[in-house]
Design a protein around this ligand. Structure first.
Ligand SMILES: N[C@@H](CCC(=O)N[C@@H](CS)C(=O)NCC(=O)O)C(=O)O
Length: 208
């Protein structure tokens, strides 16, 4: 897409499934309209969205859904998807792995209504799923990355997506990265990227 492409990102006032997309725009230094709809606005807008859900990215007025596809698309447009097809493939593998953790987190923290079952599932998440997924992620990063970046020797959208996902996990357990040197180093490297550092310094805290 040309530099005259107009991007508007529709989401709610939270990080949720939109933040990784925002981080990609920020790191790329590309402009986008960051639309954060209130519940009242959403009630009116829902029927106008392709799948009745957010995030939706409007590209030159055309609306596109599905957060991971959106993140992948903008990452490719802005050259943040690895230096070649193989690196792009490795980014997808890292992203799919962290997405499994994200979906499990959303389910257990936002969707299970029964309190007893929710508590049990959250406890199992912390003791079983989380350590397995973090270990898996480190294995991938060790194989595909350079000890700092997840894939290759430069920042990619995989780093940004992992960064945002780990933010949720740190709210559950602030010490979760103590045993995960690679993930910790990767997180610190993302936070030091000048454009990301500036964005994070000015970002308003939201509960999710
Ligand atoms: N697979 C979709 C899921 C989108 C989704 O679940 N969106 C939620 C917010 S995180 C939503 O729009 N909820 C409001 C609604 O369904 O009315 C994606 O990743 O974009």
């Amino acid at each position: 897409m040309s530099s005259s492409t107009i991007y508007s990102l529709h989401y709610f006032n939270g990080r949720g499934r939109a933040e990784a997309i925002r981080l990609i725009f920020v790191q790329a230094g590309e402009k986008f309209e960051d639309l954060r709809h209130s519940p009242d606005e959403w009630a009116k807008l829902k029927s106008q969205m392709p799948l009745g859900q957010l995030p939706v990215l409007e590209i030159n007025g055309e609306k596109y859904p599905q957060s991971a596809s959106l993140a992948r698309h903008v990452a490719r447009q802005f050259k943040l998807a690895g230096k070649d097809d193989l690196e792009s493939f490795k980014c997808d593998i890292v992203v799919d792995t962290i997405q499994e953790l994200n979906e499990a987190y959303y389910e257990r923290w936002f969707h299970i209504k029964d309190e007893k079952r929710r508590d049990e599932e959250q406890a199992k998440f912390k003791t079983d799923l989380l350590p397995k997924k973090l270990a898996g992620l480190e294995t991938l990063m060790k194989t595909y990355g350079n000890g700092t970046w997840a894939v290759g020797s430069h920042v990619t959208w995989a780093d940004l997506l992992v960064y945002d996902s780990i933010q949720n996990i740190l709210r559950i357990d602030a010490k979760v990265l103590d045993e995960h040197e690679i993930l910790k180093k990767n997180r610190e490297a993302v936070e030091k990227l000048p454009k990301i550092a500036e964005y994070l310094a000015n970002r308003k805290e939201t509960p999710f």
